[in-house]
Every structure is written in C-alpha cells, then in structure tokens.
Design a protein around this ligand. Sequence first.
Ligand code: PMP
Length: 287
Amino acid sequence: MTEIVYLNGELIPLEKARISVRDYGFLYGYGLFETVRAYNGHPFRLDEHLERLAGGAKKLGINVNIAELKEAVAATIKANDLRDARIRLAVSLGEGGMTPDPTTSQKPTVLVLANEYQPYPDMVYQRGFRAIISTSRICRQSPLSGLKTANYLANLLARQEAKAVGADEAILLNDIGLVAEASISNIFLVRGGTLFTPGEDSGILPGITRRTVLELADGLGIKAEEKDITLGELLAADEAWLTGSLIEVMPLTELAGKPIGVGQPGMVTRKLMAAYRQLIWQVTPSE
Ligand code: PMP
C-alpha cells in the first residue's frame, strides 16, 4: 500500500510530497517536530504534544493551526489504516527569501507522516538499555533549549556516539556538568525508594512521557522530586530508566560500562513500566 502523507492541507502519496528548496526548515533548521505514538489507532497524549508544539511555534514565530494539525493526525492515521503507529508532525517557517530573513515567509510548511511501529521486543525491556556519557553538552542558555526543533543534529551526533560503541543511548550533561537527559529521552533515577529527575531548568526537553510518569508515580504514592542531579548521583543510583513516547519506560541498567544498581530493572522501574502500560490500555482501547 502506498504511504499517504499530509502536506499543507492535502493527503497525498509519499512519492508526490514535495517541499520547496527554499524552505527555512531545510535551509536553517527553522522548524519544530513531535513524535507521537498511536495505540489501536488512537494517538496517545496528542493534546500534550500539540500544546508543546504550539509553545515552540509561538517562541519561533511559526504560525501553526493546532486544530488543523489535530485533524491532520487523525486523517493520516485513517488514510494509512494504522493501529500501532509512530506519527511525525513537522512544521517549519516555510518558504522564505534568499537572504536569511524570517519575515519573508508567508506561510508555514505542515507535514504529518505516520507509519506502522514495531516496539522493542520484551527482551530489551527485561535487559534494559546501556548508555554512554556523551562528550556533547546541553547549553541551558541556548534559545532552543527546551524546544523540540528541527535542529536535531546535536542529538543525532550524541546518538551516533552511543551506537559507535554498541550502546543504546547517550546521556548528556548540561553546561554546568549536571545530568540533563539522553539524546532522545528523559532520565529518572531511584535512590532509597525516592524517584528523582532533572528539573526543566536543567536544559531538557520537557518530555510528555516524563510528565506522565511523574503523574503515575504520584498516583502510586511513590515520592518524586525534580532536582539537580550530579553524574556521581546517577552512577550511584539503585535504579534508573529513560522515558520517551516510543520507548515508553525503558530500564537503564548500565552506564559508562558499569551496572546501575544490580544491573537489572528494579522494582520501582517495573512498577512504573506496568502502570504506563495499564494507562495506555485504559485510554486507547481496542474497539
Ligand atoms: N528528550 C529529547 C531530547 C527527545 O528528543 C525526546 C523525544 N521526543 C524526549 C526527551 C522524550 O520526550 P517525549 O516523552 O515527549 O517523547
């Protein structure tokens, strides 16, 4: 079946989708994106993803219509007859003039891609991810800090650093050496039964899954704190995990070649993995 994409108001076959060579998203990374997971054909936490996108768009002066995007997501899922899917929403400033000048753009480019998604096998969740510490740092003062922009190169390079040594993820410290997040996920640790995660002021992308996990922890009566986390604290954690819309709650069992805790998914990790799955099951029922 031909993949159908949504581009600037139209549902069209992937091969027919074209974007201007003067699109500022392509030329300057002047854009934003969101990756959303759908279960049973229902996008999970779509409103939260759209809210984050709207916040970024406001900051960058990209004029997006959130209601249109919401409809576009549903239409793209339907057009491709998807159930378990990964949805990519991308917006850019659109076509602009030759001299870099954002005011030359008349209308944004809006793209929705949706494909079937194959989650990681259970075996990976049982073993957990292995991570390295990236040589790259997150700059809290960057104007892009906290936004999910099309400037994803630093994240991809950090990910490459991990892949090059056979690791699954790369942990990034920020400009003052505190733990921030991973290349495409947020990080949590457990110490003495309390859960800790770096605060939004650490330069992280405020993950939707991160927020969901904090809510679930609250509901389960697990003490949780957003605070500054040093690398030493992370290395000495009893448990740790990563969160992201696609990986959900993924145990982190090895960091920089050393086991975290006993090197296996811990009890709090497993509780939250189960609670997250349960939530998905509740809010995205199969018809
Ligand atoms: N941090 C970064 C840098 C990311 O790219 C992602 C993936 N979007 C996340 C965290 C996790 O965010 P979410 O839970 O919203 O998918």
